[in-house]
Design a protein around this ligand. Structure first.
Ligand code: NAD
Length: 275
């Protein structure tokens, strides 16, 4: 078989059993990487690893781990590295949506803390665990998943918006800190993408497909594989000159200016959610 762009590389994907993370694992595997999946549910991790290994013809392993738990991250990283070898590609996809759409002061503060623990501390922690091997080998690729809410804000999404803005800051600071060691750190900021978590909200009528499709210049929601192909591109050795960048993959959402210009506070009243 011809050499593929990521042959011989080991890629860890958090949130790797669903949505954008799963699509990313597939794209990285197709590019030849061996995969280390990290997600919450051990059965789903094991089943996804077995299925992807069979379908993609690459080695796929996994560990159940809550990325908000420091000890769980350390042991998942240690076990996966021991079994697969040094991890030099990290994609931080694990994430949750807002638990409640309410003003910050009307929610339990634990919601804000959980959002920061998963998105920000989880991504930073996994990076800190992976960087030593990347530096030792002189090659590393880290891609963090931000959001259009990392660049803009809507009301009643303070935790998610703060976490996604922090992901952008984390990406830029880590990129600078590691630029001379063959390590690039970038963020991808998706717009509205049809993943299981949002499909469920559409099905329940909590979220209105047409409203968001209409506001998106290309006139539809994105697909997970459309985000994954950009993430995979950023992980290739040939992408070495791209670092500290935030790539919007949003069907043009952010070129329209104020995100509230035609959404206003009404999505909150309707119980809608955030991308
Ligand atoms: P998803 O729910 O399909 O996938 C998220 C995965 O992360 C799930 O498998 C979940 O179990 C896992 N996860 C959640 N908390 C975790 C934790 N504490 N530890 C380990 N794993 C955990 O959602 P998705 O839409 O694919 O979201 C992936 C990322 O993309 C998230 O960071 C999300 O904020 C971001 N994002 C999504 C959209 C969108 O429209 N779908 C838009 C912008 C950004």
């Amino acid at each position: 078989m011809a050499e593929r762009a990521l042959s011989g590389r080991i890629a860890l994907v958090t949130g790797g059993v669903s949505g954008i993370g799963l699509a990313t694992a597939v794209a990285l595997g197709r590019a030849g990487a061996q995969l280390a999946l990290v997600d919450l549910d051990p059965t789903r991790v094991a089943q996804t690893a077995e299925r992807l290994s069979r379908e993609l013809g690459v080695r796929v392993d996994g560990e159940a781990c809550d990325v908000a738990d420091p000890d769980a991250c350390a042991s998942a990283h240690a076990r996966l590295s021991a079994r697969l070898g040094p991890i030099t590609i990290l994609v931080n996809c694990a994430g949750i949506n807002a638990q409640e759409l309410k003003p910050l002061h009307e929610q339990p503060f634990s919601h804000f803390e959980r959002m920061m623990a998963i998105h920000v501390a989880g991504s930073a922690r996994m990076a800190a665990l992976c960087i030593p091997a990347m530096r030792a080998l002189g090659f590393g690729r880290i891609v963090n998943i931000a959001s259009i809410m990392g660049l803009q804000a809507l009301p009643w999404r303070v935790g998610y918006t703060t976490a996604k803005h922090a992901i952008v800051g984390l990406t830029r600071a880590l990129a600078l800190e590691n630029a001379r060691f063959g390590i690039t750190v970038n963020a991808v900021a998706p717009g509205y993408v049809l993943t299981p978590v949002l499909e469920e909200r559409l099905r329940l009528g909590i979220l209105d497909y047409a409203r968001y499709a209409e506001r998106t210049p290309v006139g539809r929601w994105g697909r997970p594989d459309e985000i994954a192909r950009v993430i995979c591109f950023l992980c290739e050795p040939a992408s070495a000159f791209i670092t500290g960048a935030v790539w919007t993959v949003d069907g043009g959402w952010t070129i329209r200016g104020d995100p509230g210009d035609d959404l206003g506070p009404s999505p909150c009243d309707r119980g809608e959610t955030s991308a």
